[in-house]
Design a protein around this ligand. Structure first.
Ligand SMILES: Nc1nc2c(ncn2[C@@H]2O[C@H](COP(=O)(O)OP(=O)(O)OP(=O)(O)O)[C@@H](O)[C@H]2O)c(=O)[nH]1
Ligand SMILES: [Mg+2]
Length: 205
């Protein structure tokens, strides 16, 4: 159990006008389609089907808000986790890509409530051009945690090599930004405690 395990669905946002008020803090999970965003949210919240995880790329098409904090005496959330649509899958039409950039760009670039971004990357892929574009949407003062997912697919040696490579790529991209990088695996429960602490720290939970 941790402070994220009471997470519950709050709302789905398909366009910026549907965003909830920005009086609470929130942390957004972003990354390529199939990188493991929804699975990471479920694992961190100790739930099986809070965020919808699937083998079909592009399933999460809108921003999904999950409320955090005690459910009792009232259910009102104290903060949010936000699952965002994945990008970069091969079959995406031009319109779908433009729509992704419009929604994600306007949300990440202008959201006052944003306390941090968890950028989920399949550890085997490293930093892609779409990840670079995504980082470009984020204001420099918003802390970014790079979650290197599916670490169970690589050996310890390969994990550390990939982590170094990602660190180099990101420092070259944005020297002024502080990036935290964490190895993560759902089946091995790797990194879950540290990532949960980073989120709770950012949200003041
Ligand atoms: N081996 C392994 N597989 C994982 C891990 N995390 C996620 N997966 C698998 O990766 C696939 C995609 O996971 P999702 O969590 O749905 O990915 P997503 O980033 O939310 O994808 P979209 O919603 O399409 O953007 C699923 O088949 C998961 O079971 C992990 O740590 N290890
Ligand atoms: Mg998803």
């Amino acid at each position: 159990m941790n402070r994220l395990s009471g997470a519950r669905f709050f709302t789905t946002v398909a366009k910026p006008s549907q965003l909830p008020g920005d009086g609470l803090g929130e942390i957004a999970f972003v990354g390529r389609s199939n990188a493991g965003k929804s699975s990471a949210i479920n694992a961190l919240c100790h739930q099986k089907r809070l965020a919808f995880s699937s083998k079909t790329p592009g399933r999460t098409q809108a921003l999904n808000f999950f409320g955090l904090g005690q459910r009792k005496p009232e259910d009102a959330p104290q903060a949010f986790l936000v699952d965002t649509p994945g990008y970069g899958y091969a079959e995406a039409t031009r319109e779908a890509q433009a729509e992704w950039a419009r929604l994600s760009g306007s949300y990440l670039g202008a959201r006052k409530a944003l306390r941090g971004v968890v950028l989920v990357m399949d550890i085997r892929r490293g930093v892609t051009d779409k990840d670079r574009q995504l980082i470009g949407f984020c204001p420099e003062q918003v802390p970014i945690l790079i979650l290197l997912s599916k670490a169970d697919k690589l050996s310890k040696l390969q994990q550390n090599r990939q982590m170094q490579q990602v660190r180099q790529d990101l420092t070259a991209l944005r020297p002024a930004q502080v990036f935290e990088i964490r190895l993560f695996s759902v089946p091995d429960k790797q990194g879950q405690q540290e990532v949960a602490e980073w989120i709770c720290g950012g949200l003041g939970l």
